[in-house]
Design a protein around this ligand. Structure first.
Ligand code: PMP
Length: 398
């Protein structure tokens, strides 16, 4: 008898499972639109020049690798706050903003979820329908019951704004509402700023607890523009949580670079809240790792590297935009009559393409093109070499 006799096999992660299938596929024309990473026009995950330069400087400095503080590198946290709230934030000056460096955006969500679960044991969590699949798992794993609010309208390929507002309006006070601050994953559909104002007002009136997730800052309209929603909520005087991920914006997926930021009511409150976050982190993984955090901090705090990074981020954003435009054009060229203009209105790396599960199966089986069964495709995996082939294949399965 083994101790582990009763352990059941967990279901495998659907996206990673698809990836394994892709890797095992021997067809030379295969295309992976399944996973959520940005690839350059050569189909590779880029190593940004700003990152490379920071890494070289870091290696040359040959610094010792002592433990970081529990809440991470101060310059990193300051940099994360500036990205969210801007250079001259009154809230930061008032000491109402506190940040901890975390293990990616996932780590930020997890630390935030654990903190909220202790603070609000009677609350539920609401996520968008659909949402990034790990949202539900993270909050359930922290002990919450997770419900959804209406979000995507499959008929219009847009936002179900009325449904969303009505759903939020019905939530009990102090429900934790997870909102994608920009570039919604998986749909690519974001509310307009005007719609966000109405959403924020409901959140405020109903005394909901906003947890903004911003994993694609810089991939929508620009670094500043993509932070508008965070700033809008902050200006309404809402206390809230924000999870930032730098995985995509720095192309540093494996370094686990993220941050959890909380906006409190006062400096004194921030001190108490941060002390509790540190206790959660200390008993979980003790403190964050040095390498990725040092690189991001260096880029954010060195004007020349920052300028280089924003240029590189702009090129990534513009390349995705160009792929959206080309996809829509090439679908027309290949005789598709259906209107795909909604792809142009979507933002960020993903598109809910409207392809059915059966069409996704055919793309994979007949054309070696891998997408998620929900119809989500990663637009950032399209490039000048594969886009024509993909458009032609989609035209064939429609
Ligand atoms: N939130 C959303 C909406 C995401 O799409 C992702 C990454 N796919 C994350 C959080 C987590 O990011 P990270 O890889 O930095 O943990």
């Amino acid at each position: 008898n083994s101790l582990f006799d009763s352990v059941e096999l967990a279901p495998r992660d659907p996206i990673l499972g698809l990836n394994e299938q892709y890797n095992a596929d021997t067809r030379s024309n295969k295309v992976n639109l399944g996973i959520g990473v940005y690839c350059d026009d050569q189909g590779r995950i880029p190593l940004l020049k700003a990152v490379r330069q920071a890494e070289i400087a870091q290696t040359e400095a040959a610094a010792a690798r002592g433990y970081l503080p529990i809440d991470g590198i101060p310059g990193y946290n300051k940099g994360a706050q500036t990205l969210l709230l801007g250079k001259n934030s009154a809230l930061v000056a008032e000491g109402r903003v506190l940040t901890a460096q975390t293990l990616g955006g996932t780590g930020a969500l997890k630390v935030g979820a654990d903190f909220l679960r202790r603070l609000l044991p009677g609350s539920k969590v609401a996520i968008s329908n659909p949402s990034w699949e790990n949202h539900r798992a993270i909050f359930e794993n922290a002990g919450f019951t997770v419900d959804t609010y209406a979000y995507h309208n499959a008929a219009t390929h847009g936002l179900d704004f009325e449904g969303m507002l009505a759903a939020l309006d019905k939530l009990p006070t102090q429900t934790v509402v997870v909102l994608h601050a920009c570039c919604h994953n998986p749909t690519g559909v974001d509310p307009t700023l005007d719609q966000w104002r109405k959403i924020a007002n409901v959140v405020k009136e109903k005394q909901l607890v906003p947890f903004l997730d911003i994993a694609y800052q810089g991939f929508g309209e620009g670094l500043e523009e993509d932070a508008s929603v965070v700033r809008l909520f902050a200006e309404l005087g809402l206390t809230m949580l924000v999870s930032s991920s730098f995985s995509k914006s720095f192309s540093l997926y494996g370094e686990r670079v993220g941050a959890l930021t909380l906006i409190s009511a006062s400096r004194e409150e921030s001190t108490r809240v941060l002390s509790q976050l540190k206790r959660l982190i200390r008993t979980n993984y003790s403190n964050p790792p040095t390498h990725g955090g040092t690189v991001v901090s260096m880029v954010l705090n060195t004007p020349e590297l920052y300028a280089l990074w924003t240029q590189e981020l702009t090129s990534m954003r513009e390349r995705i935009r160009a792929m959206r435009i080309q996809l829509v054009e090439k679908l027309k060229t290949h005789g598709v009559k259906q209107n795909f203009d909604f792809v142009l209105a979507q933002r960020g790396m993903f598109s809910y393409s409207g392809l059915t599960s059966a069409q996704v199966d055919r793309l994979r089986e007949e054309h070696a093109i891998y997408a998620i069964n929900s119809g989500r495709i990663c637009v950032a995996a399209l490039n000048s070499r594969n886009i024509d082939y993909v458009a032609e294949a989609i035209a064939k399965v429609l």
